[in-house]
Structure formats: structure tokens, C-alpha cells
Design a protein. Structure first.
Length: 483
């Protein structure tokens, strides 16, 4: 215990009293609440809870912290610090979780929000009445609102959709109509769309003239679509709309016509009845996509092929077009050529034209001018000027000039006579140079046997030799000096 002493001019105080109100670091925080009384930037000691999910509420016991460090909260009471959606300020919703941490879950919590609107089904017939009782889960006498409300939720025998029992004085099907006692059921057919034709399928009704219920149609034809008032047997059919208004089973469609029977139809115009006929869907005749040129003239069809005959020689070229009529005023033919004109700008040239040889012009379009080629009757490879016409323009033998010695064959009846042939010692001009053999008389001799080698006259020979080149070809040689 600290003892206070009173001395003259002084008052003794305890250590505890000494620290009260003391702010040594001047940060405005009492040293007793200051995290560090000697550091003006450390803040205040606080009591905080650990807040792991960051929802502003902590769990467990508080602990003293310096200031408000991350992961802590000033308030506690979080019953699930692992879920940021669960804390004392959360709204209770239908999810099987105590969202607001008050110990009550879903329907047990009077503060719950957002519950589905369910209605009580007190009689348990599966059709609820009009008593609203929100709840998280349907069942146990609570159901979603039905299309029609149970007119007596205390009687399971009465609800919308049940059969009306005739003669019991009760509105069994909740349609606000009560049967007529003492009468038998009426067979009636329901007309849902109000077009005067009911759908097939009769029902027993207790009221003869019940609204919406009709007797069987006299012709026995029922509505094929009782959800459309414009669709029933006898309704006006609208062509091409994809709807079977008259309940025939097929939509009425517009079919193209081919008045001239040429296999082609004109453009179908819905506003022009001359371009179509009405027929059941699927029964139209199919026509080519090409449009008829004139549906009153079978000779005019869009697939006519026209060939251009620009030079008007009667043979068109390769230019052609497919149309109803010639495209312009130039000559066009409707019969194609067996072979196109090779020069449709020249009336003197076309397939079948007479060919003029050696003029450099391909009149008949064969691909080449016809030329006159040499003849080679003896087949020795050399010819004479002849009259052989070659349509390909290429001769087997090169042309020759008979005025030039050695250019043409000088005897086309002998294969051993032609330019370049071997000359023999006789009167025949075999090489066609214009003269028989004329060798040197003083040295070249022959033994008189055609085809054998020549010999050279030498001194001392005693056999009889004939000279080649004797002027009169008498095969006699007189040698000077008695030889």
C-alpha cells in the first residue's frame, strides 16, 4: 500500500494515481488504453472477435487487440464463421440454415422472408382452396396455387376436374353449375374455341344446354383444332398459309399451270388466277425452275439453244446461249453444228467447204491447208512433182525442183535411180545429176561385171578390160603402144 504523506507545499500520490489521465506520447489516448504509450501511432487497445468469413461478425470469445486488425470484428454472435451469408444481421430464407443465428430455422423462425405462396388443401384432394399460407416446403396440406380453386376444401369429392354426378344436387366439378335432379346424363361435345364445331370425344353432362357443350355435328365432322376459331370443317381455306382451315387434312396451295403443255410454267402470280390453280398440298405438278417464255406458244421454251453464225455461212461457231429468243439481231441458228465453224468471221471458211490446195488457207476447218506432195512410185525415198493432195499440210517427201540437177528422182520407175545413188559404169544416170558416169579414163577401169569393184589398170596385166567413160559405150578400148 502506498502511503500518502502530507508535507508542507506537497501532496504524495500513488503510482496508479500518477498514471491516470497521463498521455505521454501525445496521441490523445490515455496511456492505460494506448497500445504503446511511448509511440503516438500505435492506436488504442480494443476488445474484438475473430471474423474468419469477413461478414462483420465474429465468433468465440473476444480478445484484446491493438486497433482493429484485419480478420477481426467488433461484434460477435456469428453462428457459422465459415459462411459470410450467416450472421445475426442476415435475413432468414428457405434454405435449411439458421441464417440470422437466432436458433430458429426456416418456417420455425417468425422473421423468415421470401417464402413461396402456398395454399391450404384441407380436404387432401390435391386441389388447394384460397387460404394462403406461405411455407418453405410444399406438402403436409400445403400446395402451390391451382388454375382453379377448390370450391369446397372441406369435401374431397368436390374439386375442379371431377366428373359432375347427375342428380346429387352438388356442384361436383366446381364450375358453378349444379345438375338437374331426376334426369339422365346428356352426351355432349365441348367447343373450346367457340367456332360452333366441337372437338371429338363426348362427355356425359347433366345440363342439356350447358354453355360451351354442343350436340354431335349432324355430318359427324369434328373440329380438327379446337384452339383456333378459324379452323373447322367447312371453314374458308386460305391458300398457301400453311394452315388447314377446312380440316381436310391438307393445306390448299397455289399450283403453277402449263397452258401450252410445253413442260414449262410461267411465274406464279398470287394476284393473277391465270398463273395458278388451287389444289391440295402435295398434289402440284413439278416444273423446271426455268420460266416459260410464252405459255400460249409451245414452240417457245426457255431451254432453246441458239448458236451464233456471225458470217451467215450456214455453219455456226462455238458461241451459244440458252434463252427464250435470240439475244440480238445477229444470225442465230437453233440447230447446232456437228463441228463448229473455225472462222465464224469468214464466210469462205467452214467445215465441209471445198479446200483450195497450196493457198495457205484452211477452207474446210480441218486444221491445216491441203498441199500437193511429190510422188514416189518406186519407193526409193525420192519423189517427182506429183498431184497427191495431203489434207494435213505435211508431205511425206520434201518438195523438189526438176530444174535443179540431183534434186528430183529422174526415173521414178527404178528404185536404184535417184539423187545420191551410186553411179555405175554404164549409160544410166543413176544419181540424177544429168549425165552417166564420167570418171578419169586413164586410171579407172571395170571388169565388166556390174556390181563388182572397179580395178585400176597397171602394167603387166594381160586380161581384157573395158574402160568406163568410152564415148560410144562400145566396151572396146584400144591402147596405144600395142597394149
Amino acid at each position: 500500500m502506498t502511503v500518502l504523506l502530507a508535507l508542507a507545499g506537497c501532496t504524495w500520490i500513488s503510482a496508479e494515481q500518477l498514471t491516470q489521465g497521463l498521455d505521454r506520447d501525445g496521441d490523445g489516448v490515455d496511456d492505460r488504453q494506448d497500445c504503446d504509450p511511448t509511440d503516438g501511432g500505435t492506436g488504442t487497445l480494443e476488445s474484438r472477435f475473430d471474423d474468419l468469413d469477413g461478414d462483420g461478425f465474429g465468433a468465440g470469445e473476444p480478445r484484446t487487440t491493438c486497433g482493429a486488425p484485419p480478420g477481426t470484428a467488433e461484434r460477435g454472435g456469428d453462428c457459422d464463421d465459415g459462411s459470410p451469408d450467416v450472421h445475426p444481421n442476415a435475413a432468414e430464407v428457405c434454405n435449411g440454415v439458421d441464417d440470422d443465428c437466432d436458433g430458429l430455422i426456416d418456417d420455425l423462425d417468425p422473421g423468415i422472408t421470401g417464402r413461396p405462396e402456398l395454399y391450404r388443401d384441407d380436404d387432401g384432394d390435391g386441389v388447394p382452396g384460397d387460404v394462403l399460407e406461405p411455407a418453405c416446403v410444399a406438402g403436409h396440406g400445403l400446395l402451390p396455387r391451382a388454375a382453379q380453386v377448390d370450391c369446397d376444401d372441406a369435401d374431397p369429392a368436390r374439386s375442379p376436374g371431377r366428373d359432375e354426378v347427375c342428380g346429387n344436387g352438388v356442384d361436383d366439378d366446381c364450375d358453378d353449375l349444379v345438375d338437374i335432379a331426376g334426369v339422365d346424363p346428356f352426351s355432349r361435345w365441348f367447343d373450346a374455341d367457340g367456332d360452333g364445331v366441337p372437338a371429338a370425344g363426348a362427355s356425359d353432362r347433366c345440363i342439356a344446354d350447358e354453355p360451351g357443350w354442343l350436340q354431335e355435328p349432324p355430318d359427324g365432322l369434328f373440329d380438327c383444332n379446337d384452339s383456333r376459331a378459324d379452323q373447322f370443317p367447312g371453314a374458308l381455306e386460305v391458300p398457301g398459309d400453311g394452315i388447314d382451315q377446312d380440316c381436310s387434312g391438307l393445306d390448299l396451295v397455289r399450283c403453277p399451270v402449263d397452258a401450252d403443255q410445253d413442260g414449262f410454267a410461267p411465274v406464279l402470280d398470287p394476284l393473277d388466277p391465270n398463273t395458278f390453280t388451287l389444289a391440295e398440298q402435295g398434289t402440284c405438278t413439278s416444273y423446271p425452275a426455268a420460266v416459260d417464255c410464252d405459255d400460249a406458244d409451245a414452240a417457245l421454251v426457255p431451254t432453246t439453244t441458239y448458236w451464233l453464225d456471225a458470217d451467215a455461212d450456214g455453219v455456226p461457231g462455238a458461241v451459244q446461249t440458252v434463252s427464250c429468243a435470240p439475244p440480238d439481231s445477229r444470225p442465230w441458228l437453233t440447230v447446232g453444228p456437228a463441228e463448229p465453224d473455225c472462222a465464224d468471221d469468214d464466210a469462205g471458211r467452214a467445215p465441209g467447204m471445198p479446200e483450195v490446195p497450196d493457198d495457205g488457207i484452211d477452207q474446210d476447218c480441218s486444221g491445216a491447208d491441203t498441199v500437193t506432195c511429190p510422188e514416189d512410185a518406186d519407193h526409193d525415198g525420192h519423189g517427182v512433182p506429183g498431184t497427191i493432195l495431203e489434207p494435213t499440210g505435211v508431205c511425206a517427201l520434201a518438195p523438189c525442183d526438176p530444174g535443179v540437177p540431183g534434186d528430183c528422182d529422174c526415173d521414178d520407175t527404178r528404185a536404184d535411180v535417184h539423187p545420191g545413188a551410186v553411179e555405175l559404169c554404164d549409160e544410166v544416170d543413176r544419181d540424177c545429176d544429168g549425165a552417166p558416169f564420167a570418171g578419169p579414163l586413164e586410171t579407172l577401169w571395170t571388169d565388166g561385171v556390174p556390181g563388182q569393184a572397179d580395178v585400176v589398170l597397171t602394167l603387166g596385166r594381160t586380161d581384157v578390160l573395158r574402160v568406163c567413160g568410152d564415148a560410144d559405150f562400145d566396151h572396146t578400148l584400144t591402147l596405144s603402144g600395142g597394149r
